[in-house]
Design a protein around this ligand. Structure first.
Ligand code: ATR
Length: 480
């Protein structure tokens, strides 16, 4: 079930929120502590204003809520609210045998026994959950994983605590994968927020339509992307749309990771079929692969890992994704010489790809020694960025591979003022924004442009094939 957490200040605004998200949610949680004081007293009216089950919650400040008045006042609010037809009431574990509990039981309102930890995961989390559920109530733990090891602990809950009704939520950025894969943790529901304000919150639409989180079952194949940062990645939307279009029972999730070794153990634990790899792990994953392609070996970087019998196999689809949009120009002989701006990880793959196609390459970089290193490995020339204007009219292709100009620094341009002749093909691998400063200047000069989004889509399509064995459906908008 997907539960919408209601954080508006009036009952009416919360009703509107439910109406707006109605098709994506199964129930909602009225956060009385977030209501204006006058509205708090009217909480009992809310269940009859909506057509889905409502959880009654009055969260204290210590548990991450806003209720700061005396415990007595909170108890009175609970009792008054329980006159309404709530389906569930959330009572913190340290509130013992109260009138609230008695009234809830009399009225047949299900009790959710909760523990919150905004800082960490409690040490004895399994026994805590067990204890919460002891009296037949639903156990709820909302805790904060501080690294991927904590995330792995949460994913063991389903196995360790079979037959216990529970709600498990990992908060914060590491917890995002737990909110999407809530069913894999044995959690009966996941919480969604209409405005994704705090890190880790996801909108109901995203959970229901983009991820189809509520459709995950025992047979669903899990894929994902590992990186740090990773939550901004466009890959989940592209792959999930692809899976959905070909009715492939799979889900693709972003995993914020701080330790690659642990992630491989996790991937075995939940029997993942494959995952994408982004910054900064493209070289780190190599030690865990039993099989790599020639490109991965040559470039020293892997962006796609797939499960093959008995081992993990690494491939590099960035390489192909970069080449695909300019393949025709390469084959027609329009690209014989190239300037590659930058000498980082991306540059390495691109220089190799171009050299492999027989293109004469010069690498221009701010730090000459970095350019020299890649140039020596690939038998090409190198120079400093300051000398860029000297290459006017001498190259067919200019590729921008640095992070300069990347969102949110729209104004960056490592070759600002470059004297284009207008005959160059200019390719910026940044995809956000689509039209970078480099491309804007090149367009003004009449150059032909290639966009980072083209590369992203092509590498993603090839990944999709490696993951599923099917072509990416041509009728689907990958959302980039
Ligand atoms: P990636 O692996 O994504 O390519 P990276 O390894 O961090 O990223 O590479 C960053 C590239 O951007 C490098 O070529 C870097 O130049 P240096 O080798 O001199 O560090 C380049 N870069 C980053 N910031 C830059 C800036 N402000 N001006 C020019 N080049 C810059």
């Amino acid at each position: 079930m997907i539960c919408l957490c209601l954080g508006e200040s009036t009952l009416e605004k919360n009703r509107e929120l439910v109406a707006k998200n109605r098709e994506y949610i199964d129930l909602c949680e009225l956060r009385v502590d977030l209501l204006a004081p006058k509205e708090q007293k009217r909480a009992a009216e809310f269940p009859s204003m909506v057509d889905i089950p409502v959880i009654l919650t009055i969260r204290r400040v210590v548990d991450g809520g806003r209720f700061s008045l005396a415990e007595r006042t909170r108890k009175d609010l609970f009792l008054k609210a329980l006159d309404g037809e709530f389906a569930y009431v959330d009572i913190e574990d340290d509130i013992k045998k109260t009138d609230i509990e008695t009234k809830a039981r009399e009225k047949g309102v299900k009790i959710i026994r909760s523990i919150h930890d905004m800082e960490r995961i409690p040490d004895d989390i399994f026994s805590k959950i067990y204890h919460l559920a002891e009296r037949g109530d639903i156990a709820k733990i909302a805790v904060t994983p501080r690294g991927f090891a904590d995330v792995m602990t949460l994913f063991r809950i389903k196995e360790e605590l079979k037959g216990v009704d529970k709600i498990v939520i990992g908060m914060g950025e590491y917890g995002v994968c737990t909110r999407v894969l809530y069913k894999l943790m044995g959690s009966m529901l996941t919480f969604a927020s209409d405005n994704e304000v705090a890190p880790g919150q996801i909108s109901p639409r995203k959970l229901k339509i983009d991820y189809r989180a509520d459709k995950v079952d025992d047979k669903t194949a899990v894929y994902g992307i590992i990186g740090n940062p990773v939550l901004h990645s466009a890959s989940p939307l592209m792959h999930n749309r692809g899976f959905q279009a070909i009715s492939f029972n799979a889900i693709y999730v972003p995993f914020l990771v701080d330790n690659v070794r642990l992630f491989f153990a996790f991937a075995e634990q939940i029997r993942m079929r494959g995952f994408s790899v982004t910054v900064p792990f493209k070289a780190d994953v190599l030690s865990y692969l039993g099989n790599i392609t020639r490109e991965v070996k040559q470039i020293g970087s892997c962006n796609t890992v797939v499960r093959v019998p008995g081992m993990w196999k690494g491939i590099n689809t960035d390489y192909y994704g970069f080449l695909r949009p300019i393949l025709k120009e390469l084959e027609d002989g329009h690209i014989k010489t190239a300037l590659v701006i930058g000498a980082g990880g991306a540059s390495q793959a691109i220089v190799w790809a171009l050299r492999n196609r027989g293109v004469k390459v010069t690498i221009l970089n701010r730090t000459l020694s970095h350019a020299e290193k890649i140039a020596k490995l690939n038998l090409c020339e190198y120079d400093t960025l300051d000398n860029a204007p000297m290459y006017r009219g001498k190259v067919d292709l200019i590729v921008q591979t640095t992070s300069v100009g990347l969102y949110p620094n729209f104004d960056g341009n490592p070759i600002a003022g470059f004297p284009y002749t207008g005959k160059e093909i200019v390719y910026d691998i940044i995809y956000k924004p689509r039209m970078t400063k480099v491309l804007q200047e090149a367009e003004k000069a009449g150059c032909k442009l290639h966009f980072g989004s083209e590369m992203l889509i092509e590498q993603g399509k090839m990944q999709f094939e490696a993951f599923t064995g099917y072509h990416y459906p041509s009728w689907v908008d990958p959302g980039l």
